[in-house]
Design a protein. Structure first.
Length: 205
């Protein structure tokens, strides 16, 4: 490398191209490959942050998620690069939380607090992603976040947040809530056609 060539001399558009090429080597999950670039120095962090380069993160969003249906639903004026950049960050955060299965159970513990609003947000996000699915959204939900596993625990674990198992043991219907309605739609969207409901219940229990 020539002595006078360093990262601080590279134009921003070239840095953004490098970042995009780095991130798009992996489809599933958050664009974690951009983090080492952000940590090199202050200039790269300034050039490649979401606040200074929302168009870069909008392109990453379009690489990882189905975007055409979002634009048709909301309109071009409500799907700016800034909006798509923020949506990328929200989805990555929620999908990582789903993957960790943080919210599938209601656990009675002074150290764990069940976040009902977060569960509601996660279920709405998953539901809209499946309504807008052209292939990419389902891959992220199923293959990265493993939302089908999340939903099995939510519905069929004895401590499942749906309260379905507890209600059935008490000869009651599961709670008729917006969350359970969304979770049931998602369950059917992501149900493996080759697996019966009885098998799922048996494996989860």
């Amino acid at each position: 490398m020539p002595a006078n060539l360093n990262l601080n001399n590279i134009p921003q558009e070239i840095l953004e191209h490098i970042a995009l090429c780095t991130v798009t080597t992996k489809f599933l999950g958050p664009p974690a490959a951009i983090i080492p670039l952000l940590l090199i120095n202050r200039r790269l962090h300034s050039c490649l942050s979401a606040s200074s380069s929302p168009h870069l993160y909008a392109r990453i969003f379009a690489f990882k998620y189905d975007v055409a249906t979002v634009i048709r639903r909301l309109g071009p004026e409500r799907t700016s690069t800034t909006v798509l950049s923020a949506e990328l960050q929200r989805r990555c955060s929620h999908l990582t939380r789903i993957r960790c299965r943080t919210d599938t159970k209601i656990i009675q513990s002074p150290f764990v607090q069940y976040d009902n609003e977060m569960v509601h947000a996660i279920l709405w996000m998953g539901y809209l992603m499946m309504l807008e699915n052209n292939g990419k959204n389902e891959q992220q939900l199923r293959d990265y976040a493993e939302m089908d596993v999340w939903l099995k625990e939510y519905w069929f674990d004895p401590q499942g947040a749906s309260s379905a198992t507890l209600s059935i043991r008490m000869n009651k219907w599961p709670p008729n809530s917006a969350q359970n309605s969304l979770a049931m739609w998602l369950f059917w969207f992501l149900l493996d056609p080759g697996q019966s409901l009885c098998t799922i219940v048996f494996q989860t229990g």
